[in-house]
Design a protein around this ligand. Structure first.
Ligand code: SF4
Length: 380
């Protein structure tokens, strides 16, 4: 029960759907924020009975675009968390935001509501690329939002997408070198084509060309080199931070700790009567709202994870981290050792290493073959 515990809140609305996005997000002309905030509080009250008393180390308000919420709604959501759990004084309280002008004008209010870390969805530092990605701002607005956020929030992260259509090393290096000077945490994701997105349809119709896998690998390597050299080394495949600036919330997921998730399409994983429970809520906002109003929560799927399922999840999460997987904790949770013969094989292939006799981690070569490593070590 002493594992770190976090809260995830999902606000599922956006101003427009970006063509690459398959997140649980919706465009709605009118949103009754008060009604939603009341439902979030109700869902938290229901789940509090199941999680029991917890010390919260991190709250993450993600989406969708949570910065479209009025600051008083953010205040109401955080107030609900403080009512039902004990939020530690040094808890990380992150909110995702986009750099459009309406949202930027609310930064001070979000800070006043208690947000101490802003995660900006910048995605590109090039006007043509921003347009292609369907983003509703330009580079000047993005840089203004970053500058302002740095003066208001104690901590700042922003996201960029790379390996975009037609992107080459020169173009990406230019953006990346600009980015590393602007924040102490960067989330740098390679563009992946997700089914049901506009980009996927363009790709299938031959209207969108992605960099080759060789080019994508080269861009990935360059990303590691530049961020390492500039003091923001990777601590996870896509996340880079200066010393001490790692996202505590993300670490909570990757270290396989516990969290409760609220709002449409949110997931939770927490110990309940010593069983690790997964909860998944209804994705569609209107249906989630009605479910919560009718029965106190929007959960549509839940199960206790077997030790085998937990073993696989721990591997999947832990090997993403540069610090690797805590071997003792893996054995404690799963009640079985890692398969020795496969470990030796993967070591011989130069894909994994054991550090200090306590952690299993992917080597630089292994990081790009993680799926293969996980399949090799999987117990299911
Ligand atoms: S703003 Fe974010 S969540 Fe919304 S559609 Fe774009 S990428 Fe998806």
């Amino acid at each position: 029960m002493n594992e770190p515990f976090g809260i995830y809140i999902h606000w599922p609305f956006c101003s427009a759907k970006c063509p690459y996005c398959n997140f649980n997000s919706y465009i709605r002309p009118n949103i009754d924020e008060l009604r939603f905030a009341t439902a979030f509080r109700r869902e938290m009250e229901s789940l509090r009975i199941r999680t029991g008393k917890r010390d919260v180390v991190s709250i993450f308000i993600g989406g969708g675009t949570p910065s479209l919420m009025a600051p008083r709604t953010i205040t109401a959501l955080l107030d609900a968390v403080y009512t039902f759990w004990s939020v530690l004084p040094n808890a990380e309280i992150t909110m995702e935001a986009n750099p459009s002008s309406v949202e930027v004008n609310r930064f001070r209010d979000y800070r006043a509501a208690g947000v101490n870390r802003l995660s900006l969805g910048i995605q590109a530092l090039d006007n043509i690329e921003l347009k292609r990605l369907g983003r509703l701002y330009n580079v000047a607005q993005a840089l203004y939002a970053i500058d302002l956020a740095r003066t208001i929030f104690p901590r700042l992260s922003f996201d960029l997408i790379y390996a975009r259509p037609n992107q080459n090393e020169i173009a990406w290096r230019k953006e990346l070198e600009k980015a590393v000077d602007l924040a102490d945490h960067l989330a740098l994701y390679q563009l992946t084509l997700e089914k049901k997105t506009a980009f996927y349809r363009y790709y299938m119709a031959g209207k969108l060309k992605l960099p080759t896998s060789e080019m994508a690998a080269s861009l990935y390597e360059m990303t590691q080199e530049v961020t390492q050299a500039r003091g923001l080394p990777a601590y996870e495949i896509s996340n880079h931070a200066a010393a001490g600036a790692q996202s505590q919330h993300n670490l909570l997921y990757w270290r396989y700790h516990q969290y409760a998730g609220f709002g449409p399409g949110a997931h939770g994983r927490f110990l309940e009567a010593d069983c690790r429970t997964v909860t998944i809520t209804e994705c569609l906002p209107e249906r989630w709202l009605k479910n919560v109003e009718r029965r106190g929560h929007g959960i549509v799927h839940e199960e206790y994870l077997s030790q085998e399922q937990q073993a696989d999840e721990m591997l999947l999460m832990g090997l993403r981290l540069c610090e690797g997987l805590d071997i003792d904790r893996y054995q404690l949770i799963t009640a079985k050792p890692l398969p020795k013969n496969r470990i030796v094989e993967l070591q011989e292939q130069g894909l994994i290493e054991i550090t200090d006799n306590t952690r299993l981690r992917a080597t630089a070569k292994g990081q790009i073959l993680l799926d293969y490593i996980i399949r090799s070590l999987s117990v299911t």
